[in-house]
Structure formats: C-alpha cells, structure tokens
Design a protein around this ligand. Structure first.
Ligand code: GRF
Length: 189
C-alpha cells in the first residue's frame, strides 16, 4: 500500500502523535512533525519514532504570513499532502489553509460546538454536564469551528476529577483519531 505523506502539528505532550505513530496499518507516513514550542515533550517523541521534527518559533518571524510561507515550503519539500493537528495551540492562517484546502484536520476534546477553545476538558468539568466527548473536524479560519467529521461521547460521573475525565477523553482520542485518518484517506485514494 502506498502511503500518503502527512504532517502532524503538535505543541504539547504528544499523546495523540504517539497514538497515530503506533496505530496499525494507517495509510499515512508521518513525514514531518511540526512543533511551535521549543522543549515540548512531543519533540522527544518525534525523535523516538524517527520522524523529522520542524521546531519553529513563531516569534522569530515578522508575521504569521511569513512563517506560514516558510512552513508551506518545508511541507512541500517533505512531500506532505495532509496535515493533522494534535494539540497545536495556534490558529492556522489563510496562507496555510489555502495551500492545504480540505486537508487540514484537528482533534478537540469536547463535543463541538460545545466548549471550543482552550481547556475544553476543564470547561466541561466545571459546567457539570453529564456528557462531553471528542470531535475530529476540518479546520477553517475560526477557533474549532470547521466541518465536523466524527464525534464520540464520553460520560461524566459526579465523582470525576478533571484528571479522571481527561484520561477517559484521551483514551477515546487515541482510538478515534487513527480511525478517522484511515476513513479519510481511504475516501481520498
Ligand atoms: C488533545 O486533548 C487534543 O484534543 C487537543 O490537545 C490535546 C493534545 O494532547 N487539541 P496531546 O499533546 O496529544 O497529549
């Protein structure tokens, strides 16, 4: 099976990156890990899995348009066709969106449109809802607003701490993201 080259963008611990790398028979080869935070744990994971890491510091560039142009060049050089965001904490700008139209996907730890933005797990926990979950969606210019591809619910129990809830959400994420990648790429090849 010929694998499609993809990039994962991540700024944090990289548990979703790891789940993607460890998933069986994914139709993608992760050709680049893009990280905007020097020292992020995910960088070590990239090295462990022998994935080239592009660690860029946005503040070293005069504008978003300039660093996105640089990113586009690097993605092209690596032959990347799809981008999977996994804890990338930056809004994707119009240049990158335009260059990868319909091929940038994000995972978010809530049932969107509920609890968009930062700390979605904490938001759900504080709101005391009985169900939250995980959403995988295409990216648009908003914050967690693009077309939804898949969602899975996670129940909240009265005794749940935020940490307990986070663990269950992550378990769902680590299965759902690879499953959606498989489904998307099967449709597009
Ligand atoms: C995940 O909860 C993902 O849904 C959100 O950021 C978190 C990243 O976690 N967008 P990790 O770095 O993959 O562990």
């Amino acid at each position: 099976m010929k694998k499609t080259k993809a990039a994962v963008f991540a700024s944090g611990t990289g548990s979703n990156f790891q789940a993607i790398m460890e998933a069986d028979d994914l139709p993608i080869e992760v050709a680049l890990l893009v990280c905007d935070k020097p020292g992020a744990t995910v960088i070590k994971k990239g090295e462990q899995f022998d994935v080239p890491v592009l660690n860029f510091e946005p503040k070293a560039y005069a504008s978003k348009a300039i660093y996105e142009q640089k990113l586009i060049e690097e993605l092209d050089k690596a032959g990347v066709e799809w981008i999977f965001l996994a804890g990338y904490m930056r809004i994707v700008g119009t240049d990158l969106l335009g260059a990868f139209e319909g091929r940038i996907v994000n995972i978010h730890p809530s049932l969107l449109p509920a609890f968009p933005g930062k700390n979605a797990i904490g938001q759900a926990h504080q709101a005391g809802v009985d169900t939250t979950g995980v959403t995988v969606h295409f990216i648009d210019e908003g914050i967690d607003t693009g077309p939804i591809i898949a969602q899975e619910s996670v129940e909240l129990f009265p005794e749940d701490t935020e940490e307990m809830l986070k663990k269950r959400i992550q378990q769902v994420e680590h299965n759902l993201y690879p499953a959606v990648i498989r489904q998307l790429l099967d449709q597009n090849t």
